[in-house]
Design a protein around this ligand. Structure first.
Ligand code: ADP
Length: 354
């Protein structure tokens, strides 16, 4: 529509200009000057014809220019954003497509920048985590090479430390590998029916030494003797190990008490790992499941922690279509909870508190 108005105004302008030329010519040529009605009528008629002709000529030229420009711009745009019939497109439609495309590109560029920052941070974190055990291995090996190997007591002590550092390296690499497999969807679950209470007891036995060293007490509180769930037993064991060992390491008090509670909630079994440890400040709570994230205070940093434990927990539970929930009061304690699918038949169960 704007084009028609433009053509009309331009043709009006050209016509007025032509009339003025004719009139000036008429006035200046005295021998030709005429004031008859027929003359004015003829001029009026000519004006009308000129207006119409000018209008159509300009309309055609502007339309041609417009189509050429649209074609010129549209050949530079990706095919998928262009409608099939681009000849009927207006400049405003083309503008909309271009602005949509540039918005999409801006989002893509932002995402790529975020990914790049994440990649840099990730590589930085990995090398930081690997550096500590590698440097200590290097230190012990150098001492042994410099003659320490002759002294049997030093040799055995340093070999043991090297062994621990190698174990630590392997743990980090295994954790990273597991996270990677989760993210690329390579890990498949092996779902089976098992008693979650038996698994909790098994893990508690395994971590008892650690708990004793920290002066922490472990206990299981349950509503049923046995509680059967459908899940991947190995992966859930990993979840429990990570949560209970965190509870032990971040207990930080004399009478540390760690309780694992299991109970039935309709078709689910609720598992809670409760501690009365140092707790986590509310502002960092949303970040603790990020890879390599550690609450950076001298009190909370633990030897052997890599900041991967909770990311693994989150991934394992997400693979089970479940979520991990954390509630924490700083300096009072933390509760991590998650659900698992209850097995339909709970044969041999007693509905009483244990
Ligand atoms: P890390 O290897 O450092 O333990 P995690 O991913 O397991 O890594 O935990 C991330 C951070 O969350 C830890 O550095 C710690 O500060 C905090 N955290 C985890 N569990 C607890 C807990 N039970 N009590 C207090 N803080 C915890």
């Amino acid at each position: 529509m704007k084009f028609q108005i433009l053509s009309f105004l331009a043709s009006l302008f050209i016509t007025v200009l032509m009339i003025l030329v004719v009139m000036i010519f008429n006035i200046s040529q005295e021998h030709l000057r005429t004031n008859t009605l027929t003359f004015y009528f003829a001029v009026g008629f000519a004006v009308l014809i000129m207006l119409v002709v000018n209008y159509f000529v300009l309309e055609y030229l502007l339309g041609y220019y417009k189509r050429k420009q649209i074609r010129h711009i549209s050949t530079r745009l990706p095919d998928e954003v262009m409608p099939v019939d681009e000849s009927a497109m207006s400049f405003s439609q083309l503008g909309e497509i271009v602005s949509e495309l540039s918005q999409k590109n801006a989002i893509e560029i932002d995402t790529m920048k975020d990914m790049e920052t994440y990649r840099k941070e990730y590589i930085g974190n990995i090398s930081h985590e690997l550096k500590t055990p590698l440097f200590s291995i290097q230190g012990y090996v150098e001492t042994l090479l410099d003659g320490g190997v002759e002294n049997l007591a030093i040799r055995d002590k340093y070999l043991e430390r090297i062994d621990k550092s190698v174990e630590r390296l392997l743990d980090i690499v295994k954790d990273l590998d597991m996270l990677n497999q989760f993210e690329t969807g390579e890990i498949s679950l092996h779902i089976s029916r098992f008693d979650i209470n038996a698994l909790v007891r098994e893990i508690m036995d395994m971590l008892e030494m650690d708990a004793e060293r920290s002066g922490a007490k472990l206990q299981l509180q349950t509503t049923h003797q046995m509680l059967f769930v459908n899940a991947d037993v190995q992966k859930i064991a990993q979840v429990l190990i990570n949560l209970i060992s965190n509870a032990i390491h971040y207990s930080n008090r004399d009478h540390a008490q760690i309780t694992v509670k299991t109970s039935v909630l309709r078709r689910k079994v609720l598992v809670e790992v409760i501690d009365n440890g140092m707790g986590i400040k509310a502002e960092v709570l949303p970040r603790i499941f990020e890879r390599f994230y550690r609450v950076e205070t001298s009190r909370s940093r633990r030897e052997g922690g890599s900041g991967l434990g909770l990311s693994i927990v989150k991934h394992i539970l997400e693979a089970h279509n479940e979520t991990i929930i954390v509630n924490s009061v700083y300096l009072e304690g933390t509760t991590f909870s998650f659900m698992l699918e209850k097995h339909a038949s709970q044969a041999g169960n007693l509905a009483k508190t244990f």
